[in-house]
Ligand binder design. Structure first.
Ligand code: SAM
Length: 305
């Protein structure tokens, strides 16, 4: 069976329990996003990151998932930090796993971690050199222009329904010569080159994680970065490195969808926001690979001097 047939088969099963059209019509604004994480943080921590607080994909180099692979995004940023680094901002920091790793390694650097209000963000326990702020990455008016050496976001900018506005704001708070680092899911093809089926599958998969389907084409993101004052824009495709994480999530979600009695029980007892991302878990190994609907990219842009 090819990827498209397998996707159709899985979507038919999913549709028995989660109405595809309903999910596609639901909002992905910041209120909906905050509620989604508020309801699912506990399960992300328990099942996805096994207590690590990482709400992102592991990056595995040798084809095998290890818990340590969740630290690779932070390790990459660690490799960019130098003697002159004073201030680092992480947007959409979640349970602050990335900034905590970096802050413990660099006690003399000041880290700021920002996430949405209404998701208990300030309750996170962090080292003294991390300041926790509640807010929206589309409005960083609490921070002065040119105040950070690095700004980074791991699997969070995908939530922006206005990527131009977000990138402009992130660029504003970066020092000239400072770097923006993004790890995220993207569509590798422009929407006009995707089939209706591919568009629907992409939108549905993203919606199950309350991620918008607006502005996900990597080509558009490169243009936005160039327009927002970035040069040396490097995009690295890490789709292969997330494959072991995807297969792990596929096993867990496949078990869920293939055991209707268990599914019905969990669906009745756990908030819908916390179970619906099993949809993405089951579809993503096929969207990231067989059909080339999604791609996992690391982007590094340097703000022009
Ligand atoms: C997939 S989680 C990633 C969390 C963290 N970056 C990590 O790697 O573990 C996405 C995070 O982005 C946050 N987020 C989404 N939209 C946001 C916005 N407009 N402003 C700030 N944070 C946002 C969510 O609340 C959530 O914590």
């Amino acid at each position: 069976m090819d990827a498209e047939q397998e996707l159709k088969k899985r979507i038919d099963i999913i549709n028995r329990y989660y109405n595809v059209d309903k999910l596609l019509s639901e909002k992905t604004d910041k209120k909906a996003v905050a509620k989604y994480y508020r309801k699912s943080d506990f399960f992300y921590n328990l099942i996805h990151s096994r207590g690590g607080g990482n709400i992102h994909m592991g990056l595995s180099d040798d084809g095998t998932f290890r818990k340590d692979d969740f630290l690779e995004q932070a390790r990459f940023i660690d490799g960019l930090i130098n003697d002159k680094t004073e201030k680092v901002l992480e947007v959409g920091a979640g349970k602050v796993a990335n900034s905590k790793y970096l802050a413990m390694k660099h006690p003399s650097i000041s880290f700021t971690a920002l996430d949405l209000p209404h998701r208990s963000f300030k309750k996170n326990k962090v080292p003294a050199n991390i300041t926790l702020c509640e807010g929206d990455f589309n409005d960083l008016s609490d921070f002065e222009e040119g105040s950070f050496d690095f700004v980074f976001g791991v699997e969070t900018i995908c939530h922006s329904e206005d990527k131009s506005r977000t990138i402009k704001e992130l660029s504003r708070v970066l020092k000239p010569g400072g770097k923006l680092i993004i790890f995220d899911v993207y569509e590798p093809k422009p929407r006009k080159k995707m089939t209706d089926f591919e568009k629907r599958v992409s939108s549905f998969t993203l919606a199950s994680m309350r991620v918008t389907d607006v502005g996900q084409y990597i080509g558009d993101m490169k243009k936005i970065l160039a327009k927002s004052g970035f040069s040396q824009i490097e995009v690295t495709d890490l789709t292969k490195q997330i494959r072991p994480s995807l297969l792990r999530l596929e096993r867990l979600s496949g078990y869920y969808f293939n055991h209707p009695a268990l599914l019905r029980f969990l669906k009745a007892t756990i908030p819908r926001d916390a179970t619906m991302n099993s949809i993405a878990g089951w579809l993503m190994p096929l969207t990231f690979d067989g059909r080339n609907i999604h791609q996992y990219n690391r982007i590094v842009g340097t703000k022009k001097l």
